[in-house]
Design a protein around this ligand. Structure first.
Ligand SMILES: Nc1ncnc2c1ncn2[C@@H]1O[C@H](COP(=O)(O)OP(=O)(O)OP(=O)(O)O)[C@@H](O)[C@H]1O
Length: 282
């Protein structure tokens, strides 16, 4: 794949819609390690399980963990001059820097390369018809989000936080950033909210509790749910078998499906507010 042969003057001005893609949803966090990739992957698989056509774009070019969490190493195919066929896994179409051949990826990303890879991942990939394209952003409020927003209209952003004060502080920065660039925020989701002791069945608030909901209220944003700290969620990620594959009735997957249903509802609201241009894919 070429990263640097595009001519700036040949690129269209402003974000261009992706034909056939109903909603583009970013998952971001401000702080790293809060479970952003875990939730992106599980959200994407859950939405697919709920009957939607879903794509997952791993925009974390520095630390692409999506392939590991999906248990795939399938390299995307290049077709023709410059079209990329996404990998397929658990009914998702997937693209990640982590799936590219070592020769195709640089060790260090310079700003322009970063911009160009995000552009390629959006416009040169054969995403086809999708109900949702989920974009897993790198932590922070940086360049990748801006590149994405300049490339394509983003339907809405999900901000992931834990209930801890440091995480909430960074979540606020992420919220401010999205507000500044005028991207609708779907809402806040609180990960690692609490822990149910397997011995006594009591809920233990590891990082304290309720901060996510409180922060959502402060910013007048919807609260999309709380996901418990659950060793089975972690194991699902490490083994490349996301917990939601166990189905909605599985106790370890339940809260993630509830979150996915909130996302579904919010996207519908935003699309209807946009003028009802909802694309139904059957
Ligand atoms: N609800 C949860 N319960 C248990 N473990 C979790 C949960 N969410 C995430 N984890 C685990 O926490 C670790 C970090 O998660 P993850 O890689 O998804 O975070 P991240 O925010 O994407 O990190 P980074 O932004 O640094 O890439 C992983 O080992 C993951 O399995």
């Amino acid at each position: 794949m070429s990263h640097s042969h595009s001519h700036p003057h040949a690129e269209p001005q402003g974000p261009q819609p992706l034909p056939g893609v109903n909603a583009i949803i970013t998952v971001g966090s401000g702080k790293g390690g809060v479970g952003k990739t875990t939730l992106s992957v599980n959200l994407a698989v859950a939405l697919a399980r709920m009957g939607h056509k879903v794509g997952l774009l791993d925009a974390d070019v520095y630390g692409p963990n999506v392939p590991l969490m999906l248990g795939t190493q399938e390299a995307p195919q290049v077709i023709g001059e410059n079209r990329i066929l996404p990998a397929e896994r658990y009914g998702l179409r997937v693209i990640s820097v982590g799936l590219l051949n070592p020769g195709d990826k640089p060790l260090v990303w310079r700003g322009p390369m970063l911009h160009s890879i995000i552009r390629q991942f959006i416009s040169q990939v054969e995403w086809g018809a999708l109900d949702y394209l989920i974009v897993d952003l790198p932590p922070g409020t940086g360049d990748v989000a801006i590149s994405l927003i300049q490339t394509v209209p983003v339907t809405g952003a999900i901000v992931v936080t834990t209930p801890s004060d440091v995480s909430l502080q960074d979540a606020r920065k992420a919220i401010e950033m999205f507000k500044q660039v005028k991207v609708d925020i779907l809402g806040l989701v609180e990960n690692m909210s609490f822990f149910v002791c397997p011995h006594c069945n009591h809920e233990i608030d590891i990082f304290s509790k309720g901060g996510g909901e409180h922060t959502a209220r402060q910013f007048s944003l919807p609260f999309l749910g709380r996901i418990e700290l659950d060793p089975d969620i972690r194991k699902g990620g490490d083994s490349g078998h996301p917990i939601v594959l166990e189905g909605e009735s599985n106790p370890h997957a339940k809260s993630i499906f509830a979150f996915a249903r909130e996302v579904e509802k919010r996207v519908k609201e935003i699309r209807e507010a946009d003028g009802g241009s909802v694309v139904e894919i059957s």
